[in-house]
Design a protein around this ligand. Structure first.
Ligand code: NAP
Ligand code: MG
Length: 500
């Protein structure tokens, strides 16, 4: 199999301008250069194509101070409708930069252009529009009160939702801008300001987003971006006394550290963590449709999806047919540098992740799993992993228990509904789960019985902006998207008005 290399001459003018550049931080509406920078590398070659700035404590403090100050200025004075209009304008401006930003995201992450343009840019515009609408719909309650120890007079009670304050947001690389916007958009709708720390590999899209926000009329200091290649930047952001809420998407391991740090200051935090999401095919599922759905569930975004359908459970009556077809689909996927037209899978994020994926696959084979597709090293520069399918697995095997965050599927047959529910729930994680069947009784039982924040029926990984998305168990606390995510960026104030 030949893997074609990236061809930078295919880039548009916007992304070409990124090549060779050193990106500063974005603080108070301005680019801030730092003493040190670090390389950004193309995962399809491992070669440096640009650099980003290493923020230190001084820059982090500057960013938080700018965000704090922004909460007292024009941003505070804007009426909700004016805030909404600027968020909507940002959605339009973002959309008009779809080529530049999706190409930059692809350069940094190795993800396909269809994915970066569809998810990081177009879906983000959609999220901004939905969330923008909430700016004018944040309500409180009004009531007549009866405080017993104030016997005379009239008492009226009101609740207000005020912006919680400076939001510290920390995001991963797998859907870099998309996940950043899941956090920034509701924070803006609620009237907050934000300091965002992107993952080290994917900082540029967030910096460009913050610049576009200035064009949209969102005041300087409302969105600040601090970048760096060391965990210290994120740690300082979480621990900063002027950060009121921390919102994080990333690994369970880092999420646990953040929760501890935030708790010591009674800081609210929202954590979207890892997953090991089951896909369940009942015996009445159509074999071809089931195999296609299972392949998309695990292989899209090269498996670097928090809700990747990485555990497949198929009813024994169709198990052989479905798994044979999934193996064929895996073998049909063409690995290619992501800028090459027609690429169906690019590299994973980098050599460390590639080595980790391969080591988990090797552990599975050592533990007795059968390698039915992929699993062997790719003889090409760049961090490629072949779509991999492991059969004959048991629940105690490493690739069944651990989140792999790569294109690796494990498949298991089952006989009864009770058995598959127990298998599906036998995981530390509880992010997503899907069931394919037309049996109404089963749909009901499975929806009730699955331990996951999202249960999808006859579809996998369908994330709508109006529905909350969050994990159970070690997959996190709190949620992104939906009304509840906007409310999380507010704090309640109760007020009592007395009149004789
Ligand atoms: P990660 O290592 O947890 O890093 C995520 C972010 O946290 C990065 O910006 C990272 O930057 C920062 N970070 C690391 N250590 C930190 C610390 N001690 N304090 C504060 N920030 C810290 O995750 P990843 O490898 O980038 O992303 C993959 C993981 O994200 C997977 O586990 C996946 O399941 C999860 N994910 C979850 C969802 C969801 O919605 N549930 C969505 C997408 C991804 P540095 O590396 O510079 O420290
Ligand atoms: Mg990391």
């Amino acid at each position: 199999m030949t893997i074609l290399s990236n061809d930078f001459s295919l880039l548009g003018e916007g992304a070409k301008a990124a090549l060779g550049r050193t990106y500063g931080l974005h603080i108070d509406g301005k680019e801030v250069q730092t003493a040190k920078s670090y390389p950004l590398t193309d995962p399809s070659t491992g070669k440096e194509f640009a650099r980003a700035s290493e923020a230190g404590e001084a820059e982090l403090n500057m960013a938080v101070a700018a965000a704090k100050l922004a909460l007292t200025g024009e941003w505070k004075r804007l009426r909700p409708h004016e805030r909404e209009l600027r968020i909507l304008r940002l959605a339009d401006i973002l959309e008009s930069h779809v080529r530049e930003i999706s190409e930059i995201e692809t350069l940094c992450s190795g993800r396909l252009l269809a994915n970066t343009s569809g998810v990081d840019v177009m879906y983000s515009a959609h999220v901004l529009r939905y969330m923008g609408g909430w700016a004018t719909k944040l309500e409180g309650q009004t009531m007549r009160l009866s405080v017993p120890y104030i016997p005379n007079g009239e008492l009226s009670g009101f609740t207000f939702r005020e912006p919680i304050g400076v939001v510290g947001a920390i995001v991963p690389w797998n859907v870099a801008l998309g996940i950043a916007v899941w956090k920034i958009a509701p924070a803006l709708a609620a009237g907050c300001s934000v300091v965002l720390k992107p993952a080290p590999q994917t900082p540029i899209s967030a910096i460009r987003f913050a610049e576009l926000a200035i064009e949209a009329g969102i005041p300087a200091g409302v969105i600040n971006i601090v970048t760096g290649s060391r965990p210290e930047v994120g740690q300082m952001l979480v621990a900063h006394k002027d950060v009121a809420l921390v919102t994080f998407t990333g690994s369970t391991e880092v999420g646990r550290k953040i929760a501890v740090s935030a708790a010591s200051q009674f800081k609210k935090c929202s954590l979207e963590l890892g997953g090991k999401s089951p896909v369940i095919m009942m015996g009445d599922a159509d074999v071809e449709a089931a195999a296609q759905a299972a392949a998309v569930a695990v292989f899209s975004n090269h498996g670097q999806n928090c809700c990747a359908g990485s555990r497949l459970y198929v009813h024994r009556s169709i198990y052989d047919q479905v798994t044979e077809r999934v193996v064929e689909l895996a073998n049909d996927i063409q690995l290619s540098a992501p800028l090459i037209p027609g690429a169906t899978m690019g590299p994973v994020i980098g050599p460390t992740q590639q080595a980790r994926i391969m080591s988990i696959v090797d552990a599975g084979v050592y533990e007795g799993a059968t390698l039915a597709a992929g699993g062997v090293a790719v003889d090409h520069v760049g961090s490629y992993v072949r779509p991999t399918v492991l059969l004959d697995v048991t629940s105690d095997m490493t690739p069944v228990k651990e989140e792999i965050f790569g294109p690796v599927l494990v498949a298991t047959p089952f006989d009864t509904d009770e058995e598959v529910l127990a298998l599906a729930n036998d995981s530390q994680y509880g992010l997503g789960a899907s069931v394919f069947t037309n049996d109404a009784g089963r749909i009901h039982r499975m929806t009730q019985g699955l331990e996951a924040g999202s249960v999808w029926i006859n579809v996998h990984n369908a994330l709508d902006v109006a529905l909350p998305f969050g994990g159970w168990k070690d997959s996190g606390i709190g949620n992104d998207l939906g009304e509840s995510s906007v409310l999380a960026y507010t704090k309640l104030k109760a007020s009592v008005h007395y009149h004789a």
